[in-house]
Design a protein around this ligand. Structure first.
Ligand code: GLC
Length: 426
């Protein structure tokens, strides 16, 4: 009897211990994501779906600064400390080259099976020394947003050149102000001194045959008459068709103004589309998107943007972290993003998905804009792209604020880029 009691209590003891083991602390994964527009909410919803399927994992979604250089600064602090605090990082399309050393090779964690579903150019961009340092999550390209109701009212078509944009913006701005809206502006865009300005200004240059700062062949091309010309034109928008404050604008500043009904045109990324048609938007159903206008090249240009997911080399749970990253970037999750938040998938077949095309028709009609977008010179200048871009946007900003003449700013920039990169001038 005694022995039986002993055995029974031993068994109970064992069950309790294993029960505790089963209910052990979940694996904790932190994903650092953006918080622009609806990004944070939809990332949290995606994390909740993962946790529902994997109750032994707890994901914290950490929001990070909107402006690219600020976000990079935060990430660099984590890397410097080799911190395991963040397991998965949302990284910009321009960062794989600069940051590769801090990330695991996702080819070794299930990335091989899914890489071929994504745009090959983005997979190439994310492959550094044969390692897949990031799985593509969503892609971006600069678009022109325009008010369909106002263009119709004023008998105008969406502009196909910068000159047409200027004329339409001035015309409608004057008309709307005469009707009493003193806050109305013709054109809003990203003019603050940060990565967003690099994107906008690269579009100006490329659309005007002014090159792409540093070319694919490694020559510095930025100091040329076409670039000077278009920068002067853009500087002329500040305080005329664009608010004086545009030189402090990032994406969300432009969106807020456009979405409130106070601008005719806006340059922005696809995420603004679903928000613009949302319940609290003043312009729902009253706008559309088109390619950005052309300059001397005869064709508009869109800068290639977009974000990827990388797993930190310093993560304590690399397998689980990679599983989370691949889940977030999966077909089903990209589909939800495309429908709910008009963020462009990187999985090619989603561009044929009827639910996606119904929610965000521009993903089909402007498909060419997305596949022909102009890349920033991040691969050629890695690991110094951020410094290249900083020199570029500061030079452009000094032209926009009237501090420098475009010709002087680009001449100086050319010298600075030579010093920094050691690359030759074209
Ligand atoms: C968007 C783009 C990103 C770019 C940034 C600039 O988030 O996707 O590539 O660097 O805007 O503000």
């Amino acid at each position: 009897m005694r022995t039986r009691t002993a055995i029974v209590s031993l068994l109970i003891g064992l069950l309790l211990v294993s029960g505790f083991a089963l209910a052990a602390e979940p694996v904790h994964i932190t994903v650092a994501t953006g918080a622009v527009g609806q990004e944070l909410e939809i990332s949290r919803e995606a994390a909740a779906r993962y946790m529902e399927l994997n109750p032994d994992v707890k994901i914290t979604v950490l929001d990070t600064p909107d402006m690219v250089q600020d976000r990079l600064g935060l990430y660099l602090q984590f890397f410097e400390a080799q911190s395991p605090e963040v397991d998965v990082y949302q990284i910009d399309v321009i960062w794989p080259g600069d940051l590769a050393e801090h990330f695991l090779d996702l080819y070794e964690y299930g990335g091989k099976e899914v890489a071929e579903l994504h745009f090959p150019e983005i997979v190439d961009n994310n492959t550094v020394d044969g390692k897949l340092v990031a799985i593509p999550w969503f892609t971006d390209a600069g678009l022109l947003y325009y008010r369909t109701d106002l263009l119709k009212e004023y008998g105008l078509e969406p502009p196909t050149t910068w000159d047409e944009l200027e004329a339409a913006a001035a015309n409608v701005q004057a008309g709307e102000r005469a009707k009493g809206n003193q806050d109305f502006w013709g054109y809003v865009w990203q003019g603050n001194a940060y990565e967003g300005l690099t994107c906008d200004a690269l579009e100006w240059l490329a659309s005007n045959d002014g090159g792409s700062i540093i070319e694919f062949d490694g020559t510095i091309s930025v100091n040329n008459p076409r670039a000077v010309e278009i920068l002067e034109q853009a500087a002329g928008w500040v305080g005329t068709i664009s608010p004086p404050g545009v030189i402090g604008f990032a994406e969300e500043d432009a969106r807020t103004m456009f979405q409130a009904g106070n601008a005719l045109f806006m340059r922005n990324w696809p995420y603004c589309y679903s928000l613009g048609n949302g319940p609290d938007s003043a312009i729902a159903g009253k706008f559309d998107v088109s390619p950005l206008p052309a300059g001397a090249s005869g064709a508009g240009a869109a800068t290639l943007g977009g974000w990827q997911l990388s797993v930190s080399k310093y993560s304590k749970h690399p397998e689980v972290a990679a599983d989370v990253a691949l889940f977030l970037a999966s077909y089903e999750e990209q589909k939800i993003r495309a429908i709910q938040a008009s963020m462009n998938p990187t999985i090619m077949s989603l561009y044929q998905d009827s639910d996606v095309l119904e929610a965000s028709p521009f993903m089909g009609s402007l498909y060419d804009v997305f596949v022909n977008a102009v890349a920033r010179p991040s691969t050629i200048s890695a690991p110094r792209y951020n410094e290249v871009s900083t020199l570029f946007f500061n030079a452009v900003h000094s032209v926009l604020t009237g501090k420098s003449a475009a010709s002087d700013a680009l001449e100086e920039l050319e010298l600075d880029l030579q010093d920094l990169t050691g690359l030759p001038v074209k």
